[in-house]
Write a protein that binds this ligand. Structure first.
Ligand code: C2E
Ligand code: MG
Ligand code: MG
Length: 817
């Protein structure tokens, strides 16, 4: 959930709780007050009823006294004869009674009973029938006749009207005796009876607010209702179920009572003799009242709640939420826009401190991220993209076009002889060289504007260093091979120019494999593999050149892999043999030496040329064990020939530049000679220009080898880059002119000139010259004429197996100069 709704959700209940806490005590106060008020109200109503009754009783007492002392009543009673009384005064008396009753509607009956209970004068309400003439047996007569009091007021059900009445029975004493005060005891002459109904309470009952939902009633001590107002059902249920608990105490009793309809507050009081007053008020009314008070309080508080919520929310939003949102936005922007920080603190507080901290953290993180990116994607040495970045870029191009292949070309560049530089001159020099190469590659691409690219293509070429001495260049917008060729040639030219590192001069060659996506590069993986394969092809073609990928090259690459594995097995199984090619002195025509050349007959593939497998052995490092094997075999062979009594000639063994780079060749050679007990003159070695170009370490090794008495020839001279002058001072005894210069020599004036110059210059440097690959008499004649010292070639003999060569040894052998 977002911050805004969260805070809104939080503020609202908090404010409600606060308002509730404020309202609750007054609500409770109200509850207690209303409870008490209700009880007071019940007590008031009881007091009013009591008061009304009391007033009525007093009126009744006064009225009965009034009638008992009434002149007409006394006259009536003074007449002793009943008939006379009745005839003379009954009517008058009845009229007087009637007149009184007319103004007192609550009066049900006024009657005069004689002492024996006989009713002589009786005025009843119109709707009431007088049931009997003698009241001797009725309750009030019995009560008054047995009472010592002058008046008795009794509530009862009137036998005549069958309704509850208050009967006031007053004794009327014998008048004469009383007047003369002759007798201490008064005799009751008659009883004045006044009956009133309970209508005098109507007014009270009618306007009593208790009756809205409750009830009030007058009842007798047995629970018989006399007068009921309000909820009759609850009132009678109360009388039926809860009446027994009524007490006779005088004070008002208030208690709770649970009816079916709900809880009631009950107030009770005994009013008079057997008269009780009970009032019941439903507590639900109190609750209703409280609820409406609560509701109105809430309603009046609601605007306050809403207003304060809005104000609080506005404040929180302004002071916290808005700055936090801005902070979040700024932090996000910083992540996306690499460091752009937009948050502006309006005041100096904890939030601005937090913003400052986030800013610092973010900037630190961005720096870290850049560093991590650099570590992950940038080559630390050359600062070029590394393999991972290159692979991503390559994949990106393939991901861009779904339907067709991207118009890209990949150049896979592998430096020639870098390993030797690294091994012989140390990693520092090697690293420096790589940095220079990277710089030169960049320059080549910078200057590649004139190349023919696809129109409208962004020419964002990418150079990467995959590792070691392997570089790649991803060219975009490539139209044809020609464009790439131009770049490849420019790369070779640039790399071939001399570079000086730590005071030494180096010339670096490179083999470049080129794969064009539109030709065979169905996928990024394919394109890289193809460029790699093409690079091997370039290496196989003599290095320092470029080669486009084609299917046959791929096939060759597979074959090379197979050859490598087969060669590994062959070395382990000692399957390789040596052949020996005689070297003939031009002056004497005698054999003065022989070159040991390795021969391999692979069980499945048959004879494999050294030019094929030696290159593979050099690439894979197998040349090291193979070279040792060859050296050992050659030494053993020489020893064998010597032991067989042949006049032996020195055997020239080819030593690869890789061997010189990786091994202490001087030690290896000396060990071999020692093992076979040969003198150093029996053995000689041939090295190529690349061994010398490798640097000082190789030259130092060669010097030691030469110093030990083993002669050294520079093989294949002319195919490398070293000039004759560069040979000055090098540990070399012989120079072997490469057979490519000799072949067809007699037909080429240039060839003749070159060979003549090499021979002359070599002699100037005191080097013996061997002409390799002499096949014809013309070639022989020419090199002889130019005074080459030694001839090696098919013209005399191919390389021969040891047994065959031994036969040659038996013939012409001459000592070298
Ligand atoms: P290389 O050291 O220059 O050896 C001379 C090559 O020229 C040999 O080829 C040899 O048979 C060939 N050859 C000699 N006379 C003639 C000729 O009149 N006409 C023609 N067309 N060729 C002639 P091979 O034996 O095939 O060796 C090729 C290369 O392989 C060697 O060139 C050498 O660089 C390498 N190699 C051969 N054996 C060994 C070895 O034992 N160790 C090392 N490291 N490399 C070897
Ligand atoms: Mg050789
Ligand atoms: Mg050679």
């Amino acid at each position: 959930m977002l911050l805004k709704p969260k805070i809104a959700l939080l503020i609202f209940p908090i404010i409600i709780v606060q308002v509730m806490v404020l309202i609750a005590p007054s609500f409770m106060l109200y509850q207690a007050k209303f409870g008490a008020q209700m009880e007071a109200h019940i007590s008031d109503s009881i007091a009013q009823a009591e008061h009304s009754l009391d007033r009525q009783l007093r009126a009744l007492t006064a009225d009965s006294l009034f009638f008992s002392e009434n002149q007409l009543v006394n006259q009536y009673l003074r007449i002793t004869d009943k008939n006379t009384r009745l005839n003379v005064l009954q009517d008058a008396l009845q009229k007087q009674f009637s007149a009184f009753m007319d103004v007192h509607p609550e009066y049900v009956e006024i009657s005069l009973l004689m002492a024996d209970g006989s009713e002589e004068v009786a005025v009843l309400k119109e709707d009431v029938n007088n049931q009997r003439a003698n009241e001797q047996q009725v309750l009030y007569f019995k009560t008054i006749s047995q009472s010592s009091a002058n008046i008795e007021i009794t509530p009862l059900i009137d036998p005549d009207s069958r309704q509850w009445v208050l009967v006031a029975a007053r004794k009327i004493f014998n008048q004469e005796l009383t007047a003369q005060r002759l007798s201490p005891t008064k005799t009751v002459q008659a009883y004045l009876i006044i009956k009133i109904n309970f209508d005098f309470l109507d007014y009270l009952f009618k306007y009593n607010s208790l009756l809205d939902n409750g009830f009030i009633m007058i009842h007798d001590a047995r629970g018989v209702a006399i007068k009921v107002q309000g909820d009759q059902q609850v009132a009678s249920s109360f009388l039926a179920n809860s009446f027994a608990v009524i007490t006779e105490q005088k004070s008002v009793q208030v208690r709770d009572w649970s009816a079916d309809k709900g809880a009631y507050i009950i107030g009770q009081k005994k009013l008079f003799k057997g008269l009780f007053y009970t009032a019941g008020w439903p507590q639900s009314e109190l609750q209703l009242l409280l609820r409406s008070i609560g509701l109105s309080s809430l309603l009046s508080a609601l605007p306050v709640i809403i207003f304060s919520t809005l104000v609080l929310f506005w404040l929180l939003n302004r002071l916290f939420i808005k700055p936090i949102l801005q902070l979040t936005l700024s932090a996000r922007k910083m992540g996306k826009q690499r460091g752009a920080w937009t948050f502006q603190a309006t005041s100096r507080d904890e939030l601005s401190d937090l913003a400052e901290t986030i800013k610092e953290m973010g900037q630190g993180l961005i720096k870290q991220k850049q560093k991590v990116h650099e570590i992950a994607y940038i080559d630390s040495l050359t600062k070029l993209p590394n393999r991972r970045q290159f692979t991503d870029d390559l994949q990106y191009h393939y991901g861009q076009t779904q339907s067709e292949l991207p118009d890209i070309a990949l150049l896979f560049i592998d430096l020639d002889g870098f390993k030797q530089v690294n091994d012989s001159c140390g990693h520092g020099v090697g690293d420096h060289l790589l940095v220079i190469v990277a710089e030169r590659l960049k320059n080549v691409l910078r200057a590649s504007d004139r190349i023919n690219y696809t129109a409208g293509t962004a020419r964002e070429h990418k150079i990467a260093r995959l590792g070691g001495d392997e570089f790649t260049i991803l060219l975009q917008g490539i139209k044809d091979r020609q464009s790439v060729e131009q770049i490849a040639e420019r790369i070779l030219r640039t790399l071939n120019s001399t570079m000086t590192i730590a005071g030494k001069e180096f010339v670096v060659g490179a083999s470049i494999g080129i794969a064009i996506a539109a030709e065979y590069g169905d996928s990024a993986v394919d394109l890289l593999k193809n460029a790699d394969t093409a690079m091997y092809e370039a290496k196989a073609r003599g290095k320092n050149t470029y080669s486009f990928f084609n299917k046959s090259a791929a096939q060759k690459s597979i074959e090379r892999m197979e050859i490598k594995e087969a060669l590994r097995r062959a070395i382990n199984n000692d399957e390789l043999q040596l052949a020996y090619q005689p070297q003939i002195c031009t002056k004497t025509g005698k054999m003065v030496g022989c070159e040991a050349l390795v021969r391999w007959r692979q069980p499945e593939k048959g004879w494999i040329a050294p030019s094929v497998f030696i290159a593979i052995a050099e690439e894979s490092g197998l040349i090291v064990p193979l070279g040792r094997q060859i050296l050992h075999k050659a030494c053993q062979q020489i020893k064998q020939w010597q032991e067989m009594g042949y006049a032996t000639v020195p055997v020239w063994v080819n030593v690869s530049c890789v061997q010189l780079g990786q091994e202490n060749m001087q030690q290896v050679i000396m060990d071999c000679l020692a093992k076979t007990a040969l003198s150093p003159e029996s053995l000689a070695i041939e090295v190529t220009e690349s061994s010398i170009m490798q640097g000082t370490d190789s030259i130092v090794q060669l010097e030691k080898i030469q110093a030990a008495g083993v002669r050294i020839a520079l093989d294949d001279f002319g195919t490398g880059y070293s000039s004759l002058s560069a040979l000055r001072g090098l540990p070399i005894d012989e120079l072997k002119i490469d057979k490519s210069f000799i072949s067809g020599l007699h037909n080429s004036e240039d060839g003749k000139a070159i060979v003549s110059a090499i021979i002359a210059m070599a002699h100037q440097l005191n080097l013996q010259v061997v002409a390799e690959g002499v096949e014809t008499a013309q070639e022989l004649a020419f090199v002889k004429q130019k005074q080459a010292d030694i001839i090696q070639g098919y013209y005399f003999s191919k390389a021969l197996p040891a047994e065959e060569f031994a036969k040659k040894l038996a013939c012409a052998v001459a000592k070298r100069a």
